[in-house]
Ligand binder design. Structure first.
Ligand code: ZN
Length: 373
């Protein structure tokens, strides 16, 4: 899609080695890396050889990635760009640049599990043709010989798990898209998120009762995911109809490009601001975030210049940008964006803290308007 196809300046933040697939940055969440280390650790010394353990883990990783690419490519058919794919231990998460409409969401959500189903079928056909199936019980003992069959089973599990009708699983999105036909978006989301939290509670309880801590771990992620999805949907609903101009900060401090890290540190202490636009001759040339400031303080020292450590590829918004559309960009940007007018003059800032306050106020106003229940 040429429309809206501007490069995402923040895709590289936190990503490992800047991996990109179909132009979408892939980020490994740190818990995913921990899981990989854990899987390699328990896999060593088994009946499976070391190299095959690595192949197994990489193949599972590829299965999850292909699942996410399924979402990405169907979303692209609807003209929705994917800002990034984040890999978590229980699966990947694709961040679309906008929330798809209910009908679009159905097909985008279905695409992921269908990729895993397809992979499972292909692998099973290969196993059937080349070696014949082993009993499920024997698969608990990983060997080099049953690798393909375990991968087939793994993909089948990925498909079924993701089709559970609860947020944040794809099945939750499918459920939501059906509910949204006869209900408001808010109500549909509340039901899907509630189903996710109930499911997480049951999984956690079962995990504790049967001493299966992997299940408790998965339950925790499902719970957090359902909570986040619910919060994100509430944010979308409460910002709908507003522009960036209505929610941006207009009273803020800037730094000159000749300022030192010490000057920036002083400003950080004196104000409640975390991120500072860096100016040169009345024009913005960068954004100094608190994280970059602290990092520079420790590595380059207080006498170094802000111009050397600021983010040059910051996220730019206009006051007319719909606020709901700015939400995903802001979360990928790491919490701060600059607002420029048509003449490229800095007119405001949008930060995630400030936006949370805006959403909270909106929530209070909506409650007031609807009266006590
Ligand atoms: Zn999915």
């Amino acid at each position: 899609m040429p429309e809206g196809e501007k490069p995402n300046p923040h895709g590289a933040a936190g990503s490992l080695g800047g991996i990109k697939l179909f132009g979408v940055p892939i980020r490994l969440h740190f818990t995913f890396v921990l899981l990989l280390v854990f899987l390699l650790f328990i896999g060593v010394g088994d009946r499976q050889s070391g190299p095959m353990t690595v192949v197994y883990v990489l193949a599972l990783f590829a299965s999850v990635l292909l699942h996410e690419l399924g979402h990405t490519l169907v979303a692209r058919r609807y003209g929705i760009r994917t800002l990034e794919i984040v890999m978590y231990p229980i699966g990947g998460v694709s961040r679309p640049e906008r929330q798809p409409a209910a009908r679009e969401e159905l097909w985008i959500a279905l695409a992921g599990p269908m990729v895993n189903l397809l992979l499972a079928v292909v692998l099973m056909a290969w196993v059937a043709a080349h070696q014949g199936f082993q009993a499920i019980g024997e698969l608990a003992q990983p060997t080099d010989a049953n690798l393909a069959e375990r991968l087939a089973l793994g993909n089948l599990l990925l498909c079924v798990f993701n089709l559970l009708p609860a947020y944040p699983m794809d099945g939750g999105r499918i459920l939501r898209s059906f509910l949204a036909r006869h209900r408001t978006e808010e109500e549909a989301t509340r039901i899907a998120a509630g189903a996710g939290q109930s499911l997480a509670f049951l999984m956690g309880l079962a995990g504790l009762l049967y001493g299966n801590y992997m299940l408790v771990f998965v339950a925790l992620f499902v719970y957090l995911g359902a909570f986040q999805e619910g919060a994100a949907a509430r944010g979308r609903i409460l910002t709908a109809g507003f522009t960036v101009g209505a929610a941006m900060i207009t009273d803020f401090r800037t730094l000159e490009h000749g300022a030192t890290i010490r000057d920036a540190g002083d400003l950080l202490l004196k104000t409640s601001q975390h991120d500072f636009p860096v100016m040169h001759g009345g024009q913005v040339i960068g954004l100094l975030t608190r994280a970059a400031l602290v990092r520079a303080m420790m590595t380059a020292g207080p006498e170094s210049y802000v111009a050397g450590v600021m983010e040059r590829a910051f996220v730019r918004l206009t006051p007319e940008t719909p606020l709901t559309g700015a939400l995903p960009q802001l979360s990928v940007a790491g919490g701060a964006a600059l607002v420029m007018d048509a003449e490229d003059h800095l007119v405001g800032m949008l930060t995630s803290e400030h936006l949370s306050a805006f959403i909270l106020l909106r929530q209070a106003t909506v409650r007031q308007a609807s009266g006590p229940v």
